[in-house]
Design a binder for this molecule. Structure first.
Ligand code: NAI
Length: 350
């Protein structure tokens, strides 16, 4: 099933509103879910709506949160999320951070006590669109084995950075620190496909290809990815005073309570360093030079981070719209708010 942007966004917005979100919050959330699906980050798009709807309907996401912006220094702030929908809290906190960085040159904004914030490249791209460079981290629930361990401790703890160029391109790097994001396994599961053997392990720590048998994910590049997972947890968890490491709440444990997650964005005005115009010009040069590098055997081209996501977006629209799994579409056009499928499931629920 292929949908145009407005149609997809409206379907998701309506479903989130039927679960209890305000129109404003449903609109902002659906915007980011659409952003993810159209760039081919299907792991963080429409596939998530039923889960969010169940959590909202059951009270695990505050529908009228009391957000609070607390400046703790000239370039530091905490955005209190009151367990509101993470997408909205992170968007509003990024907007305030952009204002702060334009004034002071730097903004380090911790968002705390929120639900899931989704594909975090959205927030760093917001900064790049304003001529600023940004780095973002957020916690996710324990599902990856630490290097040398057999039990999960850290989550898929993503890292994103973005930077503007002198032209219409924005470099947006955005990755889970596990070999794959859990959502990618969720997406494979919803499509009835197998996963590659290096994505995850079963109960015995052995590699699995059946997405239904996954017990833990593995960090990227062994001990190095494990260190990055810790970095994310230190900056978006320990530093913000929210539950950290193995104490981070499960996505599926109890959908009637808040998740208390942490999320951190650091925004830098390049004008305070090399100068805004030089920075953007040099970023354009970087992208051009990367594109010009002779590809290795088996590769068609060297891409700058974010380029493939933009190409996927263009291709989907050229092919008739954003591709959505048929069952998800059926759910969207149904009157059902959710199917009670996620509450109290283990961390690798559907
Ligand atoms: P991915 O593996 O699809 O891409 C990771 C990065 O590598 C991207 O920046 C991409 O542009 C770059 N890349 C990939 N192939 C490339 C190539 N051939 N040439 C150049 N660059 C290339 O992303 P991943 O790790 O699956 O994450 C997907 C999404 O999941 C992200 O948006 C992330 O923020 C989100 N996520 C969110 C979590 C949360 O709890 N909020 C947890 C984990 C992931």
């Amino acid at each position: 099933m292929r949908l145009q942007r407005d149609e997809l966004k409206t379907l998701m917005k309506n479903k989130l509103m039927s679960a209890g979100l305000s129109e404003e919050h449903a609109d902002m959330t659906a915007e980011i879910l659409t952003w993810s699906d159209e760039r081919g980050y299907h792991s963080h798009g429409s596939v998530r709506v039923e889960y969010y709807s169940e959590r909202i309907a059951k009270g695990g996401i505050t529908v009228n949160p009391k957000f609070e912006w607390k400046e703790t220094g000239p370039c530091t702030a905490i955005f209190e999320g009151d367990n509101g929908i993470g997408y909205v809290a992170a968007t509003l906190a990024t907007r305030k951070g952009i204002e702060m960085a334009k004034k002071t040159g730097l903004a380090m904004v911790g968002v705390r006590n929120v639900s899931h914030t989704g594909a975090i490249g959205y927030y760093t791209e917001m900064c790049a669109k304003e001529g600023l460079a940004a780095i973002c981290f957020c916690q996710s629930d324990p599902m990856a084995v630490p290097y040398g361990g057999s039990e999960p401790y850290y989550g898929t703890n993503p890292i994103s950075f973005a930077a503007p160029t002198a032209d219409s391109r924005n470099v947006v790097f955005d990755m889970a620190t596990t070999v794959q994001a859990w959502g990618k396994i969720l997406d494979k599961k919803s499509r009835g496909e197998q996963i590659p053997a290096d994505w995850a392990v079963d109960e015995n720590g052995a590699p699995v290809t059946d997405p239904n048998k996954v017990n833990a994910l593995v960090p990227i590049s062994g001990a190095k990815g494990y260190g990055l997972e810790m970095l994310v947890d230190v900056f978006s968890g320990v530093l913000l005073g929210v539950p950290f490491g193995g104490h981070v709440s499960s996505m599926y444990h109890d959908l009637s309570v808040g998740r208390y997650l942490g999320h951190m964005i650091i925004i830098v005005d390049p004008d305070r360093f090399v100068g805004a115009e030089t920075f953007k010009k040099n970023m354009s040069q970087t992208c051009d030079e990367l594109n010009a590098i002779k590809p290795a055997p088996g590769f068609d081209k060297v891409y700058w981070p974010g380029e493939r996501a933009e190409l996927r977006k263009d291709k989907q629209y050229a092919d008739g719209g954003v591709e959505i799994v048929d069952d998800i579409y059926k759910y969207f056009i149904s009157d059902d708010v959710h199917y009670n499928r996620y509450d109290h499931k283990n961390r690798f629920a559907e």
